[in-house]
Design a binder for this molecule. Structure first.
Ligand code: UD1
Ligand code: CA
Length: 503
């Protein structure tokens, strides 16, 4: 293994990205739950470089802040008003070498190439060291090279002679299908000296079709004295840059396909890869099953036997072993083993559902710690609440946590029973083994084993319909019912010994 630890990785992220037509800087658009720049910085970090520098300019404050949020050890270099990849690299070298001269290989990457992996970069570094190259460029072959810099190789040796941009290329050069990916390994001194020769650092004068300083021109300068080689990858999509939203979607789909494929190889069942989307930060154990229409985001983790879907979106959720989540939406929740959620549940941050507990249809939870075996099966809002074990919350129960000014907490014990359509007005305690009668509005604490009834007493007014709605269908139905009640009870058939006489 001749691969060296890079002296520095420089990530170019100062360009405008006009073709995105976006208020968001191009490198901050995301695929697979990470920004384009986030992918590149994470990959660069895997190479363990001594320095990691991101060059910014367009919306530079936002890009710089984001880069440092992704990786606290990132250094920022600002590109000045002179344009081009060469100027961007020059500004990075100025910033990096202000604290001492770099020695060894320096990798240059583009911030908009999200699928590039550290194994490919490792091979590039290895080839760079093994060949004693001044520069090693990562190249690939594409059917349509339009818009890319073309790789011009020397006849016989196959060494890289130069890289020519489309606009500056001859007819013959434009026919070349081997392209520059904008990923290179340079010896630090080659990069420093080459960039210095490219342009007068004060005037920024250049000699190409776009009036920009081209990093690619360092190749021909380096070749004057030392070998320059190309490492060709056949995985063209992994070195593709994002220029517009069509490419963003295409690379997003390819990243997702790769993420799902590796999950499946690790023992995850994905019933419909086409409708399943997983962030690169999600972790799934073997024997997790994902049904169609599932999106898993952030640091979501699922244990073996969990079944998620169909049609569920989980963000930063821990799904325990054998838990089932059906057609539900959850953020920042913990679901212990054997939990059942949905269909149509909405779990919000701070929800913890204990082992074997159930959160059913049309239930919303927030800051809700629900004990083992407890059931919240139907049509409830359960917020700012702690519920013990094996408690039953009836259909339509609302925990009223908000008094218009502050959110208050409700404590419900174990083996408690809250009747349907009750409102528990916080702050409130319903103790262990307590019951709440259906339809109650409970405002005072309920002691252990007590029954709270807090609703209007039922009153029946006999004959009201007959007097007030005598011609109505209701009145007729009531008269018929009264007549039937007065008729002698139906006699059981003598031939049927199993029939009991009616009271
Ligand atoms: C560049 C290469 C081209 C290669 C192509 C691959 C040059 C001159 N050309 O062309 O050979 O085939 O990438 O996609 O290098 N950037 C800056 N500052 C700038 C300009 C660009 O930081 O002043 C950054 C961009 O943010 C981007 C990267 O450099 O991350 C590439 O820039 P882009 O404008 O896309 O270069 P291309 O013209 O596509
Ligand atoms: Ca580009």
């Amino acid at each position: 293994m001749t691969q060296q630890r890079p002296a520095a990785v420089i990530v170019l992220a100062a360009g405008e990205g006009t073709r995105m037509k976006s208020a968001t800087p191009k490198v901050m658009h995301a695929i697979g739950g990470r920004t384009l720049l986030g992918h590149v910085v994470a990959t660069a970090r895997e190479l363990d470089p001594q320095r990691l520098c991101v060059v910014v300019r367009h919306q530079g404050e936002a890009v710089a802040a984001h880069a440092q949020e992704v990786d606290g050890a990132v250094e920022i270099a600002w590109q000045d008003e002179v344009k081009g990849t060469g100027r961007a690299a020059w500004c990075a070298m100025q910033a990096l070498e202000s604290s001492g001269v770099l020695e060894g290989p320096v990798l240059v990457l583009a911030g908009d190439v999200p699928l590039l992996d550290s194994a490919t970069l490792g091979q590039l570094l290895e080839a760079h060291a093994a060949g004693g190259n001044a520069v090693t460029a990562l190249t690939t072959r594409v059917e349509d090279p339009t818009g890319y810099g073309r790789i011009v190789r020397e006849e016989g040796t196959g060494l890289l002679a130069r890289i020519v941009e489309e606009r500056d290329a001859s007819q013959a050069e434009r026919a070349i299908t081997e392209i520059n990916t904008s990923v290179y390994a340079f010896d630090a001194d080659v990069l420093r000296d080459g960039l210095a020769r490219l342009t007068d650092p004060t005037s920024g004068a250049t000699a190409n079709a776009q009036g920009e300083v081209y990093l690619t021109d360092v190749v021909a300068i380096a070749r004057e004295t030392r070998p320059v080689r190309a490492v060709e990858t056949d995985d063209a999509i992994s070195v593709e840059g994002v220029n517009d939203r069509v490419q963003l979607a295409a690379l997003g789909a390819e990243l997702n396909r790769r993420t799902l494929e590796s999950a499946m190889r690790e023992g995850v069942t994905v019933v419909d890869p086409g409708s399943t989307w997983i962030d690169v930060t999600v972790t799934l154990e073997a024997d997790v099953t994902l049904l169609p229409g599932v999106q898993l985001h952030g640091v979501t983790h699922a244990e073996g036997g969990a079944v998620i879907g169909p049609d569920s979106t989980l963000t930063d959720v821990r799904v325990g072993a054998d838990a089932h989540v059906v057609r539900s939406h959850a953020i920042g929740a913990v679901l212990e083993a054997g939990v059942s959620v949905g269909p149509f549940a909405h779990l919000r941050p701070g929800t913890v559902v204990g082992p074997g507990a159930k959160v059913g249809g049309f239930v919303e939870t927030k800051n809700a710690v629900i004990g083992a075996g407890t059931k919240v099966p139907h049509l409830s809002y359960v917020g700012d609440v702690t519920i013990g074990e094996s408690t039953n919350i009836g259909a339509g129960v609302i925990v009223a946590n908000y008094d218009g000014e502050t959110k208050n907490h409700t404590e419900i014990g174990s083996h408690a029973f809250v009747g349907s359509d009750s409102v528990l007005v916080a702050p409130l305690t319903v103790a262990d083994g307590a019951f709440v009668a259906a339809g109650s509005v409970v405002t005072r604490d309920v002691g252990p084993g007590d029954l709270a009834v807090a609703r209007g007493q039922q009153r029946s007014i006999p004959g009201w319909v007959q007097r007030r709605r005598p011609q109505s269908a209701s009145a007729r139905a009531a008269r018929d019912a009264a007549a039937t009640a007065q008729a002698p009870p139906a006699q059981p058939a003598e031939t049927d010994p199993t029939t009991e006489p009616q009271a």
